[in-house]
Design a protein around this ligand. Structure first.
Ligand code: YK8
Length: 177
């Protein structure tokens, strides 16, 4: 896998979790700029295991010329029971892109860790991995992996930049920046 984001933000852990994992203004705006449309989400539901789950469905706009312009996607998020409100959150998100070539071979797993640093600060780490449901031919596999990494890198770089902007707005004039 790869570590795409690893940074301390002047945003509380709780606020970061709400921004990224609820129907927040931040996420709505971010999806708008990424041209992610038609998003719908279930609410967080507790599982027998003690973890919480929710499912998102949306349509992504793709800039990769090898692929059609749009794909529907399903994202299954798990908030692990080891998470502690305001302190530590670990979320796994499995993303299935249904309308890209070889979509039945792979999915992407993104792991988000939000760790309280102090009252108003947290560290955000995002790891991602391309997972295979069945083994494709070697050349196809490297093709999928390469194209996935470049799309993921673009997405998470943009997410980090938007989070930094939000942080700047939030800390402006608060006096404890
Ligand atoms: C989520 C991983 C792969 C996919 C894409 C597929 C190329 C197909 C390869 C062929 C377009 C928001 C990505 C990047 C689309 C976007 C997905 C996002 C960023 C040529 C063999 C969508 C996080 C996420 C996970 C997986 C990403 C796809 O929150 O390259």
């Amino acid at each position: 896998g790869r570590l795409y984001v690893n940074r301390v933000f002047h945003i509380s852990a709780e606020k970061m979790f709400d921004m990224l994992f609820s129907d927040s203004n931040f996420m709505r705006r971010f999806m708008d700029v990424r041209k992610i449309t038609g998003a719908s989400s279930t609410s967080w539901q507790r599982e027998a295991s003690g973890s919480m789950k929710r499912t998102l469905n949306y349509t992504i706009t793709i800039s990769n010329p090898l692929v059609g312009k749009f794909s529907t996607a399903t994202e299954n998020q798990t908030l692990y029971k080891e998470s502690r409100e305001g302190q530590y959150y670990m979320i796994d998100a499995e993303v299935y892109t249904h309308d890209v070539p070889y979509h039945d071979y792979f999915y992407t797993q993104n792991r988000y860790c939000i760790i309280r640093n102090s009252k108003h600060k947290c560290r955000l780490r995002i790891y991602t991995d391309v997972k295979y449901k069945k083994q494709p031919w070697g050349l196809v596999k490297s093709f999928i992996t390469k194209n996935s990494w470049s799309g993921l890198e673009d997405y998470f770089r943009h997410l980090e930049a938007e989070l930094l902007e939000e942080e700047a707005e939030l800390t402006q004039g608060s006096g404890d920046a």
